[in-house]
Design a protein around this ligand. Structure first.
Ligand SMILES: [Zn+2]
Length: 285
């Protein structure tokens, strides 16, 4: 049972109460849109300065200096990636999936920003290209690159099945962060956070509004490209779910590597400055 039948009769004005107009919670009109032309012009003559291959059912960390670009590239076969981002200077400032969702919607694409946690709340990265932008939303309500899922983890797996699995994205990201920082895994796992589900195709079922996944439309050669607004530390897990068409906490799915590429432009985009941390000053802090 995913949602019980109502126990209470609707009031006489139920239709009227339901018919009120929805209002977007966080209108983003006041935000200056990213100057995509300027970002893209900076790609001319850029140089690939790093490439990291993420093995299937495993994760790797990477760093990107502010003002550089990085791409997550599909290679060999359809594969979903779980992305974590931190400010390279401070693990306490990390990608804020929930607020990114509140600002941009359930799935992100070109022109959207990946925002950082409170009290920092600034763009960590801007999406500058998305070869899957053609997908839009399908008839099931599914879209690509969601900020609604969390990351597959062994605790939920245990809760729901009683099983033990050591290569969930949560665990992979923990090990990658521990290897990068030298933190013991028990500390590193506290910095792992809700992800951007790169290439994953997800939505909410029409009837119960439950989170669903379906086979990713990604194919080798597709990529999602970001511009680093601040110095970044990232970690990417090649999810054990593979294309996430069936299950994601087991060795059942066919999995493929993912490639991370870092590009340094000849000069930063014209007019670009690295964003400052949010200027709000709390009276009690
Ligand atoms: Zn996963």
């Amino acid at each position: 049972m995913s949602r019980p039948s109502p126990e209470h009769r609707p009031p006489p004005d139920a239709d009227e109460r339901r018919a009120v107009r929805p209002v977007v919670c966080y209108p983003v009109d006041a935000l200056a849109p990213p100057d995509l032309d300027s970002y893209r012009a900076a790609r001319l003559g850029w140089e690939r300065v790093a490439a990291v291959t993420v093995p299937p059912r495993d994760a790797r960390s990477f760093t990107v200096p502010a003002g550089c670009f990085f791409r997550i590239v599909s290679v060999e076969g359809p594969q979903v990636g779980d992305l974590n981002l931190w400010s390279a200077d401070d693990l306490g400032e990390r990608f804020f999936s929930g607020k990114t969702r509140a600002l941009h919607g359930t799935h992100v694409t070109t022109g959207h920003r990946l925002w950082s946690s409170l009290p920092f709340l600034r763009p960590l990265a801007t999406i500058t290209d998305d070869t899957l932008d053609w997908y839009g939303f399908d008839e099931d309500g599914g879209g690509v690159h969601d900020v609604i899922g969390t990351r597959c983890d062994p605790y939920t797996h245990r809760l729901l099945t009683g099983g033990t699995y050591h290569h969930c994205c949560h665990s992979n990201l923990t090990r990658a962060l521990a290897a990068q920082t030298g933190l013991p895994p028990a500390q590193a796992k506290r910095h792992v956070h809700d992800v951007l589900n790169v290439f994953m195709c997800t939505g909410f079922t029409r009837d119960t509004h439950q989170y669903f996944m379906k086979a990713s439309p990604v194919r080798p050669g597709d990529y999602l490209e970001f511009f680093a607004e601040v110095d970044l530390l990232g970690a990417l897990s090649a999810c054990p779910g593979g294309d996430c068409s069936a299950e994601h906490s087991s060795d059942v799915a066919r999995c493929y590597p993912l490639l991370i590429e870092v590009y340094r432009p000849k000069a930063p985009p014209a007019g670009w400055v690295s964003p400052a941390r949010n200027s709000y000053a709390a009276p009690d802090a």
